[in-house]
Design a protein around this ligand. Structure first.
Ligand code: HEM
Ligand SMILES: [Ca+2]
Length: 674
């Protein structure tokens, strides 16, 4: 091979090319092109560096967000917008309104009906009805689900754990007040010609096959309690549907009668005219009655309970923001009274500071403070006990000012018809009336005193009841409801105890009524493995209970949500299991991130000033009790029992240390102008 030739031939070519390159390069690097080129390169480098670091920051922050909130769940249901598309009224909003509306509309300015009273519950998962529309779910083999009462008897009843809880009884009535703030699911009653609800269990009614009576509770002949009295059925009704509100939706949806937000609708009502009815229209106050003891109570009502009309003794009932539940039991009635008094206490303070304020301003400002107080107690004192402090933190529920207009604030049907009701397990058998010397003067079974509050305004009972709430250890959350509430709930006056109902059976039936998905689907939705067999449930449920479930249900996919979550083992400092925790955290995230008027939100027309916020953050439920009762001292951890002999100093003395100063609401400028 003649290499020299090759070299010869290529060299000139190369050289020629090099020459061309050089020429081009020489041109390129000639002044001023060199400078321009340099600047372009520099700019590009800066750009690349910028994009690179931005990407890094973004991915970092989204990782932080993702890691922090990886527990958040998103609704899988495909039907949540149906109401908006088909039935939602057109609402005009005043973007600058300082106060939230009574019914919750216009909280979200883009979707003003989000969270408003008389709008449907949100679904996290699609409805589960056997016909896809309204009929009660059946088991996967096509057979009917086990009777709710039978499930209670076979799995839960008679397994009470007698352990003293570190939380006190007060946790329960406060929880119930909150539960009815965010949820109100009315019954689809059938009323007879006398104005009474019919008894779905009567043979004459059974043969009529009323749709509303479909979930009446059947008892078996060997029922340990009811069989003795030959009671074969307990009457309950299906829930009102959107059809009852002239909004036919497919599948059936259910309407929340109360505003979905935590906005004290229990105290103020959920619609404008009812709210007006509750107002005194003077000094910003709510109407009240004065008992024989000179103390303030919610307005007394003449007894309207038809069922007790034959009873010579009339029972006291109160006018409250929640006409359905405000009188349901002693605990909730006491809470109603407490917050009514607190509203009027604040109204008095504010009107003393600003004597020129109108009734309307005092009412709205007092209402704003009461709502903020309830919200603060809910997130700082109540919720950490329920879902655990750590979980609350990593879920992002402790972050301030997190309003996000894309978050739908509506209560989910899974939360209200199962997740929240798990706290029915902390209902104690008795309430204690305790005097200042910590002596229990009287104990009453709550099932004996439902829908009649006669004892509350007598003597010093209200104060003693509150003292009893904070000093008596509560019932530990456990996989059973107390024996009385499981058998004798809501016995009508003049009826024997056994005529009452089983709250757990009602809760199981309610889940079916509203089309909840079974436990396995919901736990999977909450991030836990979908169980293929009953045994797979053993990661969250004790194997002894898994065996019981296997005996009662045909398949692992048939278990009712309420049943599954009650059996889950508790973890991570929570008093509930992981699936209930997930549903509860989701709800409370919605009520915070989805509420434009949430107390710590900044930059909104209704935001508190920094000084006002300081006081709001300071007010505890203890302060509310001190301000409104004669209770002499309260603990800082208001839901914990504190042994007064061992830790006398932990307590705040209501008369000496108690001080709520509303100066941050004083309108100084206005005053000086006068
Ligand atoms: C003495 C205490 C309590 C009693 C007697 C009681 C009783 C009841 C009854 C009878 C219902 C209606 C059941 C139905 O027909 O579906 C109900 C609903 C409900 N309960 Fe309780 N409960 C009590 C405390 C609590 C507590 C402490 C909570 C939670 C913190 C709670 C949460 C709920 C919820 C979320 C509902 C559904 C409300 C609705 O949407 O209307 N309850 N309760
Ligand atoms: Ca509400």
């Amino acid at each position: 091979m003649d290499y020299s030739r090759t070299i010869d031939e290529t060299n000139p070519l190369m050289k020629k090319r090099n020459k061309q390159c050089l020429k081009w390069n020489q041109k390129l690097f000639k002044w001023p092109l060199i400078v321009i080129w340099f600047i372009v390169l520099l700019l590009c480098a800066v750009c690349v560096l910028y994009i690179f670091t931005q990407n890094n920051i973004e991915s970092e922050s989204s990782n932080v967000l993702k890691n922090k909130h990886s527990l958040h769940i998103l609704s899988h249901a495909t039907t949540n917008d149906d109401f908006l598309k088909k039935c939602a009224p057109i609402v005009k909003c005043d973007q600058n309104a300082k106060y939230r509306s009574i019914n919750g509309s216009c909280n979200n300015l883009k979707t003003p009906t989000w969270g408003a009273a008389t709008t449907p519950f949100l679904r996290l998962l699609n409805a589960n009805f056997s016909d896809g529309y309204y009929d009660i779910r059946v088991q996967t083999n096509g057979s009917a689900l086990p009777y709710p009462r039978v499930l209670d008897v076979n799995i839960f009843l008679n397994r009470e754990i007698y352990k003293v809880d570190e939380n006190n009884v007060l946790l329960m009535p406060f929880g119930q007040l909150l539960a009815h703030d965010i949820s109100g699911l009315p019954n689809d009653l059938i009323i007879d010609e006398n104005g009474n609800a019919i008894d779905c269990c009567l043979t004459e009614n059974k043969i009529k096959n009323y749709t509303q009576c479909q979930i009446a509770l059947e008892n078996l002949p060997d029922d340990p309690v009811y069989s003795v009295h030959n009671k074969t059925c307990s009457p309950i009704f299906r829930s009102l549907t959107s059809r009852n509100y002239s909004c036919p939706l497919y599948p059936t949806e259910f309407i929340n009668d109360n505003s979905h937000f935590i906005d004290a609708s229990e105290v103020y009502g959920s619609n404008e005219s009812y709210a007006l009815h509750l107002r005194a229209m003077e000094g910003g106050r709510l109407k009240f009655s004065i008992g024989d003891n000179g103390q303030m109570f919610c307005p007394f009502l003449a007894n309207q309970d038809k069922a007790s009309s034959g009873n010579k003794k009339t029972h006291i009932k109160y006018d409250t923001g929640d006409p359905t539940n405000g009188n349901q039991n002693f605990g909730i009635t006491a809470m109603q009274t407490l917050f009514l008094r607190f509203h009027n206490y604040i109204a008095f303070k504010l009107s003393s500071l600003n004597p020129f304020w109108s009734d309307e301003i005092i009412y709205q400002e007092s209402r704003r403070i009461v709502i903020a107080t309830i919200q603060r107690i809910s997130y700082e004192d109540f919720l950490p006990i329920i879902i655990g402090e750590d979980f609350q933190e990593i879920y992002g529920l402790n972050e301030a000012n997190i309003y996000d207009p894309t978050v739908n604030p509506s209560t989910s049907i899974e939360f209200s018809s199962a997740g929240s009701r798990i706290l029915h397990a902390i209902i104690p058998v008795e309430f204690n009336f305790m005097n200042k010397d910590y002596k229990i003067e009287n104990s009453i079974k709550i099932t004996d005193w439902m829908v009649k509050a006669d004892l509350i305004p007598l003597g010093d009972n209200f104060n003693k009841l509150l003292k009893g709430f904070i000093e008596t250890p509560g019932r530990m959350l456990q996989p059973s409801y107390n024996f009385y509430i499981s058998n004798y709930m809501l016995t009508l006056p003049n009826n024997p105890q056994y005529k009452g109902r089983d709250l757990l059976a009602v809760d199981i039936a309610r889940g079916r009524d509203v089309g909840l998905q079974p436990y396995n689907q919901v736990r999977h939705f909450c991030g836990y493995p979908l169980a293929k067999d009953f045994e797979d449930l053993a990661d969250l449920i004790h194997i002894k209970d898994v065996i019981k479930l296997k005996k009662n249900y045909y398949s692992v996919n048939d278990i009712d949500l309420m049943v599954g979550i009650l059996l889950e083992k508790h973890s991570g400092g929570a008093i509930v299991g992981p699936t209930a925790r997930c549903l509860i955290a989701d709800g409370f995230y919605r009520y915070k991130a989805g509420d434009r008027f949430f107390y710590d939100v900044k930059g909104q027309p209704g935001s508190f000033t920094d000084d006002q916020l300081k006081l709001i953050k300071y007010i505890t439920l203890g302060h509310v009790i001190c301000a409104t009762t004669n209770v002499d001292n309260v603990q800082e951890d208001i839901f914990k029992t504190v042994d007064h002999n061992l830790f006398p100093t932990i307590k705040m003395k209501c008369d000496e240390e108690f001080n709520l100063n509303f100066k941050a609401w004083e309108e100084v400028n206005y005053r000086t102008e006068l």
